[in-house]
Design a protein around this ligand. Sequence first.
Ligand code: 9D3
Length: 472
Amino acid sequence: MRFHVLTLFPEMIEAGLGSGIIGRALEGGIISLHTVNIRQYTAERHGKVDDYPYGGGAGMLMQAQPVYDAHRAAAGGRKVRTVYVTPQGSPFTQKKAAEFAREEELVILCGHYEGIDERVLEEIVTDYVSIGDYVLTGGELPAMVMIDAIARLVPGVLGNGSSAEEESFFNDLLEYPQYSRPEVWREKRVPEVLLSGNHSRIAAWRLERARERTALRRPDLYARYEAKQAVRERLSGDKRNNIHMMESLARGRGEILYTDIWAGGEDILLYDEKCGTAMMTAGDGESGRRLSGILPEEAERVLITQPFLEELLAERHYRPAQRCRQVLYTMRNTLPVRHKDIRRLTADSLKDVCCGGGPGAEDYVRGRIEAGDMYGAFAEGKLVGFGGIHSDGRMGMLYVEPDYRRQGIGSALESYMVNRMLERGWTPYGHIREDNRAALSLQEKLGLYSAAKTFCWMEKNTCKQADDMLRF
Ligand code: 9D3
């Protein structure tokens, strides 16, 4: 990844990022840093880059022309994402860091004086970002803070496999306290439990300490954690009907946008922004309406099990697209795979999987193949069946060529997927269309349990779900 920084103090940026982990990544060429001194692009004499604001007021403004020319020098003619670091920006978060880390190139513009002429900002800036509610003297430290947070997410920067963020139970909490040698320091002992070698007691102690300090230092985070716990507990009382929400939470994907479970209610609105899927349960029509009202604009589909929610969602332009049975595999042991040649699909198979599907289906399947989540069964040197794990974590897309049916290939493919999910520590589950009798009886044969409720996928009128266009 390449960072460009437009600033009046390039030496500050270079000094700040030159050592430590980021410095090493720069030396190793895993990331690169290009600073542009805005002052070098002034058209006026004496390096002047500022002037008085029209309409009066305190201080000086950076003029448009030098900023524009400095940006041209960094971005050339390319359309590069350009962040202006400013107290008037939206908060920089880990989520934003991860989003920026996916860019190949990023320009960061540091302001000085009282600000920058609005006209050049309109021309070049794509994102306005602040690092918090306090007043600094310039944008250089915020730029360095951002680069540090973004760069450590770039593969290879942290080195030897210490991949940046693994999901865990502790995700919504602050970290627990840690201790190293000596066992006694200034008469303070390391907590006894940590010397016990009892791993489950240690884990329980750490969780308790993490909760304690989160409640004390970050009541905002703690409230979210408690809501999630209450929802988890409620859902686990009926796994067959709720595994979709449980797995979404367990995999750290779904966020709870609203719940009143902690107060004895029934409302849950869960949203997985990575795949634009919401999941909704409402106590009654009135809360259903409230939940529909806070559904994010970007939610492409909503998964429901309560028929009365269909009408409410129709008012928000969602229509029923598929009615399914939810099936789940509750055992821990892997299933026998009775077909010799099942393997992960590569891009070569894209056309074979997608023929008949629309362009949306092709993009979706390409993404699943790239994620390593599509599997194919081969016979006589060709692809005769496939299945995959959806972006939301369900198994599905199961298909066997007509000439190869009734030979156990579908069964082998699904067993194979169940095993892959178990390896990841996931509970295998999937959705089978209610009218697909063959697939439903296969589930029973493999030992998957079916939920009693009908699962209805509601889709925004404007988009077509890839699933729908696939030969299922
Ligand atoms: C009189 C209005 N001031 C805004 C509160 C002007 C002003 C103050 C400080 C303009 C720029 C700055 C310098 N700060 C940044 O450029 C900056 C910043 C910050 O001060 N706090 C948090 N995040 C950021 S990102 C850029």
